[in-house]
Design a protein around this ligand. Structure first.
Ligand code: SF4
Length: 419
């Protein structure tokens, strides 16, 4: 079975992909693995149900590489990010059997105190709304210098000079004066630049960006994406970039993981994903990009909604919305497989693959591997349920008071014990 979308018009996205490079131009990324996520399962336990927000995700991120995670609202993108950061709010919990290795260190085994050492320091996060990270009652300068004090032990004039350099590095003009201003005196784009400066103050190895440009207009969005690309090139930074926007993914990512209902359903280098999307959900997302079908009056959409994954997957969660669904799709859970024998770095969780196997053989491959995975997941959930309520003392990062506790990049823990 071959892709029926090869060579199709991909609209505005093609312009960046036509020569095989994305904005970060990173086809030749060969850095060391910074982050390795394996079989990540994060569930939220309520009296009514268990929501498996992330259900068996695995991916790696290398130095100098941007890995995009894309999907609709409710697909599990942000919970993946918060799981990596150790910021899963109660009643959520990263389940036993999940592995998050950062530069060789297993994060799921860390205490909250140990996690603080890494969070906001070696791993920093930029949220969609910069006001989530900026405290309105402290100047931007105070907040950046607090991050520098915490993570680089810099104080006084030395911290001021580094803070000026950081604001200049994110293209904020008149940086010395801007340090004395409050967040409300910055425009939306400037605030996001300031948050990125705070994150960089910690000299992170990994930057997690959760929809950082969604609230910005397209011009500012393009500037922020370009800024992130430049910063990455300068610092060999590993970036996880979360968005629902395939156009943004085309701009920024080297590799793309498509998430649906808690699972990564397709993974491929960005050029390959846009040229040869295999999973029906990925194809639907690409077909929904505005401008793809200029002759049509209405935007194409994927009918239906993302289901809430509240039970172990025993079938394809996309089946109710899938135009290619067949009988086995409601009886066999697809696992991640290479789309064909030669495409080692292009995987899809769909019973139509591997495409060089007969459909019967492919279904059998998924059935055998899916059964084994289900047993493991069930055991993890059972052994984890009793500890799920321990995080009731969590504090919302948007509500805490001091500049260090508000900053995305400071590493101060804004919650206690949700893992
Ligand atoms: S497994 Fe079946 S329902 Fe699921 S994406 Fe593939 S064809 Fe569609």
């Amino acid at each position: 079975m071959s892709s029926d979308t090869t060579g199709t018009d991909h609209g505005p996205v093609d312009r960046d992909l036509a020569d095989g490079t994305s904005r970060t131009g990173a086809n030749d990324r060969s850095g060391q693995t910074v982050l390795s996520v394996s079989d990540l399962r994060t569930a939220f336990f309520t009296e009514k149900e268990t929501v498996r927000a992330v259900d068996g995700s695995s991916f790696d991120v290398r130095a100098g590489e941007t890995v995009g995670i894309v999907g609709e609202s409710g697909s599990g993108k942000s919970v993946t990010a918060r799981s990596i950061m150790g910021l899963v709010d109660s009643p959520g919990q990263v389940l036993e059997g999940s592995s998050i290795r950062f530069k060789g260190e297993e994060l799921t085994e860390l205490s909250q105190k140990e996690y603080r050492r890494i969070r906001g320091g070696r791993i920093a996060m930029v949220f969609q709304d910069p006001l989530t990270s900026l405290n309105p009652v402290y100047t931007v300068g105070n907040q950046i210098k607090e991050a520098l004090r915490l993570h680089q032990d810099l104080r006084g004039s030395e911290a001021t000079e580094v803070a000026v350099d950081l604001l200049e590095s994110v293209s904020i003009p008149d940086a010395r004066r801007r340090l004395t201003e409050y967040p409300h005196q910055f425009s939306g784009g400037m605030r996001q630049r300031a948050v990125i400066a705070m994150a960089l103050a910690c000299e992170p190895d990994l930057l997690i960006c959760d929809e950082p440009t969604t609230a910005l207009d397209v011009t500012i969005q393009a500037q922020i994406l370009e800024l992130l690309g430049d910063i990455q090139d300068e610092r060999d930074l590993a970036i996880v970039f979360i968005t629902h926007d395939m156009g943004v993914i085309a701009e920024i990512a080297d590799r793309v993981n498509v998430m649906y209902a808690g699972e990564i359903v397709e993974s491929a280098p960005v050029e390959e994903l846009f040229a040869n999307p295999r999973h029906p959900y990925t194809r639907g997302l690409l077909e929904s990009i505005p401008g793809r079908h200029p002759d049509e009056e209405q935007l194409r959409t994927i009918e239906g909604d993302v289901p809430t994954p509240n039970e172990p997957a025993t079938y394809c969660r996309f089946a109710p919305r899938c135009p290619k669904a067949f009988e086995d799709c409601t009886a066999v859970h697809p696992v991640s497989v290479s789309v064909n024998e030669t495409a080692e770095d292009h995987t899809a969780s769909c019973l139509l693959y591997p495409e060089d196997q007969s459909r019967e053989d492919a279904v059998e491959t998924h059935r055998a591997r899916g059964d084994a995975a289900e047993v493991t997941a069930g055991a993890s959930t059972d052994s984890s349920t009793g500890a799920s309520a321990e995080s009731s003392a969590d504090t919302d990062p948007e509500r805490s008071g001091s500049p260090d506790s508000k900053a995305a990049g400071t590493g101060e823990d804004r919650r206690e014990g949700s893992r």
